[in-house]
Design a protein around this ligand. Structure first.
Ligand code: UD1
Length: 426
């Protein structure tokens, strides 16, 4: 079991460049299948989730090679339409191959993804939508775990989402780009990563209108062409490091920050009392005082405050001068960090009604042995550990590698005392 060991108490200072975006990379890697040519994907983060997606692409017959942070994908030939059960177990984002393979090959076999640590995460929106696009769905086994989808041809239709699901919006877009007719998506997700998928596909020849709004229109085209595309930087990684700098009373400059996608995070961090100066793609962040509490922080679909930043904000609010309330509005089980933070001396109560966490700030956290239950929860424990008195060991650190290229390298470059350990920790 790998772990991260942090000796707390160092103020973060210096300069750091933000890596490419995980949530933009994952759907676009799947979408490269729609284009019978070569995609050159620049600024691609070298993280576990991306490696898993590349593994799936190769298992489907595509050729993928790396040169630094540039990923070359040749999807001229697809030799299989089966996404292995193993891949689906490893990562939920393998569900993006549903839209991509049905769009390109008119067939896909994929295991039904299970729940994950942050909640049930069903795929009913994805399946109901593509069913309306002339896709037949059958389970291959009695246990109903392996789904076989096929079509004589995808036809555009009107799709209404009860909730603006990011993944379902992206899957419908991928299924629709090579279809016959027009697909209209109502209550589409507006996350920057949906826009980025549209940008990539439009660059490759797709016809999509309305990107960034809750109404999208995709007009099917016959084929897509090869394309060179640069991924934006990761808004959640940027937000994580901004929070870490503020929590340690540090002062640092982050470069390549996707500022236009970070409004709600910057607004909340400023409310906690830290200073944030922005110019071009740079962001200077500093803090000299104990954080102020936030009366109510509610996670919401974009442009609201992102659920993927909730755990990190909770870490800084543990140290606030007063009481804060968080309401998790996207995933039902995203408070697994709470018992871990409590081990470090935090004062947090959970209320089932409203999915609320009530955090009474304490003056100091102390080191402890804690477990990272999910990617952002693990990063949030790193933030708490940086501020804590003494040493913290964060077990199950592999979950952090799913989304951060090298969190220890990055934070050490800002003066933290943090290291990755691959040996067993009792
Ligand atoms: C994406 C992000 C994830 C982020 C989340 C919400 C990627 C790779 N992942 O996940 O980091 O936390 O958006 O911003 O981009 N739902 C259903 N049925 C469905 C689909 C979703 O009920 O078919 C529910 C989910 O259980 C959840 C909510 O809708 O409660 C939002 O999920 P969704 O937007 O689909 O998240 P993901 O695309 O999985």
């Amino acid at each position: 079991m790998s772990s991260i060991e942090v000796i707390g108490g160092e103020q973060l200072k210096g300069e750091l460049k933000i890596q490419g975006s995980k949530n933009a990379a994952l759907p676009i890697i799947a979408a490269t299948i729609l284009n019978k040519g070569t995609t050159v994907l620049k600024n691609c983060p070298k993280i576990l989730d991306v490696f898993y997606m590349v593994e799936i692409l190769r298992s489907l017959g595509c050729i993928a090679t790396w040169d630094g942070n540039t990923l070359y994908i040749d999807s001229t030939t697809v030799t299989s339409t089966k996404v292995s059960d193993d891949s689906v177990q490893k990562m939920r984002s393998s569900i993006y191959f549903l839209g991509a393979l049905i769009g390109r090959c008119h067939e896909v076999t994929i295991a039904y993804p299970g729940g994950c640590s942050i909640g049930k995460r069903p795929i009913d929106f994805h399946l109901n939508a593509i069913k309306k696009m002339n896709v037949i769905q059958e389970f291959e086994d009695e246990e109903e775990t392996i789904l076989h989808c096929y079509t004589s041809g995808i036809t555009g239709n009107d799709i209404f989402f009860d909730f603006p699901s990011v993944g379902a919006t992206q899957n419908v877009i991928m299924a629709a780009v090579l279809s016959t007719g027009t697909t209209r998506i109502f209550n589409a997700a507006r996350e920057p990563e949906v826009i980025e998928l549209c940008d990539y596909l439009i660059e490759a020849g797709a016809r999509i209108c309305g990107k960034g709004s809750a109404y999208l229109q995709v007009e099917g085209v016959k084929n897509l062409n090869g394309v060179e595309f640069t991924l934006s930087s990761d808004r959640i990684v940027a937000g994580t490091y901004m929070t870490a700098i503020a929590a340690t009373y540090g002062e640092a400059l982050l470069t390549d920050v996707p500022l236009k996608n970070l409004d709600s995070t910057i607004r909340i961090l400023r409310k906690t009392g830290c200073n944030i100066d922005i110019s071009n793609d740079n962001c200077k962040i500093s803090s000299v005082r104990r954080p102020l509490p936030i009366e109510l922080l509610k996670t919401q679909p974009y442009p609201g405050f992102p659920t993927d930043m909730q755990s990190q904000l909770m870490s800084i609010l543990c140290l606030a001068d007063g009481k804060s309330t968080i309401m998790e509005g996207i995933f039902e089980s995203r408070y697994q960090n709470v018992p871990e933070l409590v081990k470090m001396g935090a004062d947090i109560e959970l209320e089932a009604i409203g999915n609320k966490a009530i955090i009474t700030g304490v003056k100091h956290l102390h080191g402890a042995i804690v477990d990272a239950h999910d990617l952002r929860g693990g990063a949030a424990l790193v933030i708490a550990a940086l501020t804590a008195q003494g040493t913290t060991v964060i077990r199950e650190a592999t979950s952090v590698e799913r989304g951060y290229e090298d969190i220890c390298r990055d934070l050490n470059s800002l003066g933290a005392n943090i290291r990755f350990c691959s040996e067993n920790v009792a």
